[in-house]
Design a protein around this ligand. Structure first.
Ligand SMILES: [Zn+2]
Length: 316
């Protein structure tokens, strides 16, 4: 009985392996031109500090016609995301009276925050030198100046009345958008699953072991397959809320947890960079993020180290 069962199982497994090999082979043949393409990590996006990127992405949805790239481009052109060492960036004012990372004039900032109460997370009272307050106020100001109706030129012109300035900001925004839509990929095809802020890392946490790396991003942010592979689970899972597990050719398994929505089903063949799910806050989660886990031979390893070994930074 046992022997027969084992024999049957082995035969089934062999059949399954053959089948998977056949399917993978076919897909590889169909997508070979895509599969061999190498995308270098985009320095444009890596240039934005993680905390600023999170603020730009959080503030932009306040305005229907605005995207984070415009805010990020203004932050870049004005003060290099608060890194510029010049009068008026961290305190005081420049020759024109501007202050803070988004270079607000005091009266402009005051009238914006009077009209639009800022979401919590900044200074009390709101300060144009506080990145959270400056970036959220900039979103409201751009919105009132034309962004609400999709006129980004007018909105940016209101920010600084110069055509060269508008052109520079719009070009910078375009660079950031391109960079964001290009998955950061290692030379051997490992892709960053979510362009997010690295929060809780791999290792001991609250008397337990955190088995992956958390990447914070707004709900609905696309989660990309880390590498070519086959979906081995997609659905509800205890603690993870909704998860996807992908097995890759070398036996590595990647796990994506707390998903808001899944876009793949068990058995589906996926390629690196393909959207497989959306960032969510399901299961044991205290805020929207991707729990990204990598298992080698059944044991979780540190995803940051795993990507570093392959020449790519998981966390900017
Ligand atoms: Zn986690």
């Amino acid at each position: 009985m046992v022997r027969l069962a084992v024999g049957t199982a082995a035969a089934f497994l062999l059949l399954l392996v053959t089948l998977i090999a056949a399917v993978t082979g076919t897909v590889a043949a169909l997508t070979s031109s895509v599969g061999t393409e190498i995308t270098p990590r985009d320095e444009a996006l890596a240039d934005i500090p993680a905390d600023y990127l999170a603020l730009y992405q959080h503030a932009a949805p306040l305005c229907p016609g605005l995207d984070w790239a415009i805010l990020a481009a203004i932050g870049k052109v004005e003060t290099d995301h608060g890194r510029l060492d010049a009068p008026g960036v961290h305190d005081g004012e420049n020759f024109a009276g501007a202050g803070g990372p988004m270079q607000f004039l005091a009266p402009t900032f005051d009238s914006v925050v009077t009209e639009h109460p800022l979401p919590p997370g900044g200074a009390t009272p709101p300060s144009r030198y506080h990145p959270h307050d400056a970036i959220h106020a900039a979103a409201f100001y751009l919105c009132d100046s034309g962004a609400r109706h999709g006129d980004l030129r007018a909105a940016v012109f209101a920010y600084n009345h110069a055509d060269w300035y508008v052109n520079k900001v719009l070009a910078q925004a375009e660079d950031y958008r391109d960079a964001a839509s290009t998955p950061a990929t290692s030379p051997d095809g490992w892709t960053i699953p979510v362009q997010g802020r690295c929060t809780s890392g791999f290792g001991p946490r609250e008397g337990d072991i955190h088995q992956g790396q958390d990447l914070a991003a707004p709900i609905g942010t696309p989660i990309l397959a880390a590498h070519n592979g086959t979906v081995i689970n997609a659905g509800p899972a205890s603690g993870y809320g909704l998860w996807v597990r992908i097995e890759h050719a070398d036996g590595t398994i990647t796990i994506y947890g707390h998903n808001h929505r899944n876009h793949v089903t068990t058995g589906q063949v996926v390629r690196a960079g393909q959207p497989i799910a959306e960032v969510g806050n399901r299961g044991e989660s205290t805020g929207p993020h991707l729990h990204f886990q990598i298992e080698l031979g059944g044991s979780p390893v540190d995803p940051v180290g795993f990507y570093a070994d392959r020449g790519t930074r998981l966390c900017p």
